[in-house]
Write a protein that binds this ligand. Structure first.
Ligand code: ADP
Ligand code: MG
Length: 463
């Protein structure tokens, strides 16, 4: 019928606009490398902030003692404690708890958010028991993983540049987030020193390196997306401080804010951006990360319903609700291998109130999920190629035995199998067989928590 044809032409047009042929991915990778250079050259030189982390030494394995970590970066926050036992003992014992952040706190005030966090931390500290040892006369120390763009002032201080991922707390912007946390700790009567402030990418890199010395970069694909890597200090023109003894500096790219004319951006992406809390920002993130993928799918379905009556004469009203289709649900539909696509059917019913959909409709929905996930995964791979190029690891040097490990974390990478396998195969395709054998993607499960604790340990005032 005419409607079906119209719906298919909407789908087809979207698919074409989302196309990521290998040549385009190479252009994206090259643009990423160029922007990395520009961001390192001068403050504000690029959309990529290329933030200096003040981490010039990654963990060695010698770290020991009791350390806490707190990870705030998205929907949940985690609190963790580890007892580190040096080279022999390694991670002797670790415990953690995860708390979801009440949505209203994401747009409340700074003190409301940090008081909530401090209260949960106090509760967790109170359960510290056997196997954890705090030397008499010392104070508990904490590594704070804060996964938003921060202008770092030292290893343990930094001001919030802006919120992302649905957070919007105006009075915290430009404030030292460690100061805000410390004030809340004091209000709760918690005796604890914040020894390191790190981004989740830096934490993942540190945690990854602790377990595997070949780790050279970290990528997060969760609610948002970001990457960090180890740069040579003399390749950072904007750094005017002393050159670190190691000769290296970890850079937090804030790659979620990358944009390029080579990115395949559709009308749906533009509308999503326009209706977001951070218009014009985080364009790369809005195409590839977990917070947004489901909503892109919803927007295309909505257009098909409005212009082609794809779900019948009336447009199901819930199709117009922003973020109602979350990425885990999209992923469940995409992974549906049943004959009658019953998962797709039940999701459409439960989420949008669209009942008894015919099989051919379900097939289209699944294909739409595939288009959106494939674009995100392939662009993520292109971003990684950009980093490898910047590090000079995209070619094999004659006679050199080389291995580059990229530590990956985040719920999107971990749970969305179609996404992660597409990312890995695309990266291999981009690198070619010979180089692909030297590059390994390693899933660093919650490495950022341990990483932050390790960085707190190496910046401890007690040893
Ligand atoms: P955060 O990024 O908030 O720190 P995570 O790394 O745990 O936390 O990532 C959570 C995000 O991962 C969710 O917001 C969601 O977008 C994505 N995600 C979680 N589970 C799945 C899933 N089964 N399929 C696809 N995406 C998922
Ligand atoms: Mg996280």
């Amino acid at each position: 019928s005419g409607r079906w044809t119209k719906a298919m032409s909407i789908l087809k047009e979207f698919e074409e606009k989302c196309a990521t042929p290998i040549g385009k991915l190479r252009q994206v990778a090259d643009a990423m490398t160029v922007e990395m250079h520009a961001g390192l050259a001068s403050e504000g030189g690029s959309k990529l902030k290329m933030l200096i982390s003040y981490v010039d030494n990654l963990p060695t394995g010698d770290e020991h003692g009791l350390f806490y970590a707190l990870d705030l970066g998205g929907t949940n926050f985690r609190v963790l404690r580890v007892q580190l036992g040096g080279k022999d003992g390694r991670v002797v014992k670790q415990e953690f708890t995860e708390v979801s952040i009440p949505p209203e706190l994401m747009t409340a005030t700074s003190s409301e958010l940090f008081d909530f966090i401090a209260k949960e931390l106090a509760r967790f500290i109170a359960t510290e028991g056997e196997g954890f040892f705090l030397p008499p006369g010392s104070q508990r120390e904490l590594g704070f993983t804060f996964s938003f763009p921060v202008k770092q002032l030292s290893i343990a201080s930094g001001t919030l540049i802006r919120w992302t991922k649905g957070f919007s707390i105006d009075d915290a912007v430009d404030k030292d987030v460690v100061g805000e946390l410390t004030k809340a700790l004091n209000r709760q009567g918690i005796d604890m020193r914040v020894a390191a402030l790190v981004n989740d990418t830096i934490g993942t890199l540190a945690g990854g390196k602790y377990f595997n010395n070949d780790v050279a970069a970290a990528v997060i694909l969760g609610t948002g997306t970001n990457a960090a890597y180890v740069e040579r200090a003399h390749a950072i023109p904007k750094w005017h401080g002393l050159l670190p003894k190691s000769g290296e500096m970890v850079i937090n790219m804030e790659w979620g804010n990358f944009r390029s004319s080579h990115l395949p951006v559709t009308e749906y992406d533009q509308a999503l951006d326009q209706e977001s809390l951070n218009v014009g920002e985080q364009i790369f993130e809005k195409i590839i990360s977990g917070m947004y993928l489901g909503d892109i799918v919803r927007r295309v379905l909505c257009k098909m319903a409005e212009d082609a009556e794809f779900f019948g004469d009336v447009v199901p009203p819930k199709l117009r609700t922003q973020f109602i289709l979350r990425t885990p649900e999209m992923s469940a539909m995409h992974h549906d291998t049943s004959q009658d696509l019953r998962v797709v059917g039940s999701k459409l019913k439960d989420i949008f109130g669209i009942s008894s959909t015919p099989l051919k409709t379900r097939k289209v929905v699944k294909e739409l999920c595939n288009i959106v996930a494939t674009r995100g995964a392939r662009l993520s791979a292109a971003g990684i190629l950009g980093i490898l190029k910047k590090m000079g690891k995209d070619t094999v040097k004659e006679g050199e035995k080389q291995r580059t490990v990229i530590a990956m974390d985040g719920g999107l990478f971990e749970h969305y199998t179609e996404f992660s396998s597409c990312l890995e195969s695309t990266l291999n395709e981009l690198l070619g067989d010979e180089v692909a054998h030297t590059v390994v993607i390693e899933h660093a499960n919650d490495g950022s928590g341990i990483g932050a604790a390790l960085l707190a340990a190496s910046h401890s005032q007690f040893w």
